[in-house]
Design a protein around this ligand. Structure first.
Ligand code: FAD
Ligand code: NAI
Length: 475
């Protein structure tokens, strides 16, 4: 006997759990199925983001930044901290506690919003008059039926061909977040978002870190000027990044791992390390979904094919988040989840892909929204640029962190903001103002005329907007 729901969500990551809550708020009878297990085998909703992604990585970034400050920056403030030690087990334990708080928070939200939670794997069985039948396989077997289905099954780390993750020596983001002791030597493949964040964590804790990147340019999707500034800072920190490499054989043994590669000059090289983190992107996940049973269409990458509004090839089946096209970001997944729930309710849910912010939580942080200068050049746009360095910002000086800048790009004729790019302290928080401004189609002058608190890092945003018109006040 199956339990009937208006909406069944498969996957309880940021795309799925948020879709379930929004659908319940809109008056639907909702089920959310998620298979993630904690160490004790219990439910751990929140997906990659909560369990092995956004949240734990930020917890470790915070711990390692404290350690780095105590070792290298406290002295500037007149604080002596000698013999500073890191207890890795405790740091990882704290991270696990933060994760659990988030898992429990989601279970509480399900209860509060009357979402029925099923712990197990959801697989399509068949389409029937009553909707779609979904088998839930977990500690118990259950059958649920949903008139509308939202698939939010996320993504998995991509492995190097022929080099599977063993999570002991060859690590994905999962293993990278629970290394038990500081590796003397650490190699990462891929200097994208995970490579830089995880590389930063272990470098701050004392590892000798090398990142091998296949592309000849560093952070190609980031505004060139900002990427250059970030690279300078990473070089200074001792994060070794080799661009334009071709990774060859990876050998693992008792002593660790050896990575053969050809450098940008075409020379054969090899690196020995205690651990290897492979961070070369992620692949959409539909394992166990039994998409074939109902004829759900996937593309050649394995992503579920959707239209601009997240409708799949099947009537009444929607898909959101990492399992579909677009940036693999938690907030993008959430926005799609909300929009789909609202569309099911006959409302006009909307996700503006032009104003999705990106943040890399390194030090300095890197954040941006909208187009880069190289994109504007490539499409022949007439634009004006304005930059303001944190070096000239009073709050940044007081914080002792003056790396980087804020950069505005605005339409040469209308002054509409086309992109904002930040490298520097708290870029992750500063970018929100730019997102709001772009959503409201603000001009650079709008931001330049708004009163910003003094002293604050946000004054650098205002000054960069003033710089578009060549009238900074403090530089
Ligand atoms: P997921 O979070 O992957 O959730 C999918 C869920 O579905 C999982 O719980 C899975 O177990 C479950 N599932 C899958 N198949 C089934 C099935 N058949 N039945 C039942 N359950 C199933 N993004 C950011 O925006 N900011 C960050 O700072 C950030 N940091 C990251 C750091 C790392 C190390 C990684 C790896 C990713 C990070 N991301 C970050 C990306 C972010 O985690 C993803 O974009 C986001 O989790 C996608 O959400 P989702 O709901 O689509 O999928
Ligand atoms: P990524 O796409 O950010 O970076 C992968 C890098 O690996 C690229 O620079 C690519 O050129 C390189 N690469 C690919 N194949 C290679 C090879 N064979 N040899 C050498 N280099 C190779 O992917 P990453 O870092 O794995 O992260 C996956 C996704 O997770 C991100 O794109 C992002 O969507 C999400 N994420 C978001 C975070 C955030 O928002 N702060 C943090 C971490 C992850």
């Amino acid at each position: 006997m199956s339990q009937a729901f208006d909406v069944v969500v498969i996957g309880g990551g940021p795309g799925g759990y948020i879709a379930a809550i929004r659908a319940a708020q809109l008056g639907f009878k909702v089920a959310c199925i998620d298979e993630w297990k904690n160490a004790a085998g219990g439910p751990a909703p929140g997906g990659t983001c909560t369990n092995i992604g956004c949240i734990p990585s930020k917890a470790l970034l915070q711990s390692s930044e404290h350690f780095d400050h105590a070792n290298h920056h406290f002295a500037d403030h007149g604080i002596s901290a000698t013999n500073v030690k890191i207890d890795i087990a405790r740091m990882i334990g704290r991270k696990d506690t933060v994760v659990k708080q988030n898992n429990d928070g989601i279970l509480y939200l399900f209860k509060k919003n009357k979402v029925s939670f099923f712990h197990g794997r959801g697989s399509f069985v068949k389409a029937s008059e009553a909707g779609y039948e979904i088998q839930v396989s977990g500690a118990t077997e259950e059958l649920v039926t949903g008139q509308q289905i939202i698939v939010a099954t996320g993504s998995n780390a991509r492995a190097l061909p022929g080099v599977p993750f063993d999570e002991e020596t060859v690590l994905s983001n999962d293993g990278a977040l629970r290394i038990g002791a500081v590796p003397k030597k650490l190699v990462l493949i891929g200097s994208g978002v995970i490579g830089l964040e995880m590389g930063s964590v272990w470098r701050r804790l004392g590892s000798d870190v090398t990142i091998l990147e296949g592309l000849p340019t560093f952070l190609g999707a980031v505004d060139e000027q900002i990427a250059k500034e970030a690279k300078k800072a990473f070089d200074k920190q001792g994060l070794k990044i080799e661009l334009g490499v071709k990774v060859g054989e990876v050998k693992t043994g008792k002593k660790g791992v050896s990575v053969a590669y050809t450098n940008a000059k075409g020379e054969a090289q090899s690196l020995d390390a205690d651990k290897l983190i492979v961070s070369i992107g992620r692949v959409p996940n539909t394992i166990g979904l039994n998409a074939e049973a109902v004829g759900l269409q996937l593309d050649e990458r394995g992503a579920i094919v959707v239209d601009a509004e997240c409708r799949t090839s099947l009537k009444g089946v929607w898909a959101v988040g990492d399992v579909v096209r677009g940036p693999m970001l938690a907030h993008k997944a959430e926005e799609e989840g909300v929009a789909v729930a609202e569309r099911i309710a006959g409302q006009h849910g909307h996700v503006n892909f032009n104003t999705i912010p990106w943040v890399i939580y390194t030090s300095p942080e890197i954040a941006w929204v909208g187009e880069t200068e190289q994109q504007l050049k490539a499409r022949g746009a007439a634009y004006k640029a304005g930059t303001f360095p944190f070096l000239a910002n009073g709050r940044a000086r007081a914080l002792g962190d003056t790396t980087g800048m804020v950069k505005f790009l605005a339409d040469a004729v209308t002054d509409e903001i086309l992109g904002v790019h930040i490298v520097g302290p708290m870029a992750s928080e500063l970018i929100a103002e730019a997102v709001v401004a772009m959503e409201f189609k603000a001009s650079a002058e709008d931001i330049a005329r708004i009163c910003h608190a003094h002293p604050s890092l946000s004054e650098a945003t205002k000054e960069a907007a003033l710089a578009v018109d060549k009238r900074t006040l403090n530089f």
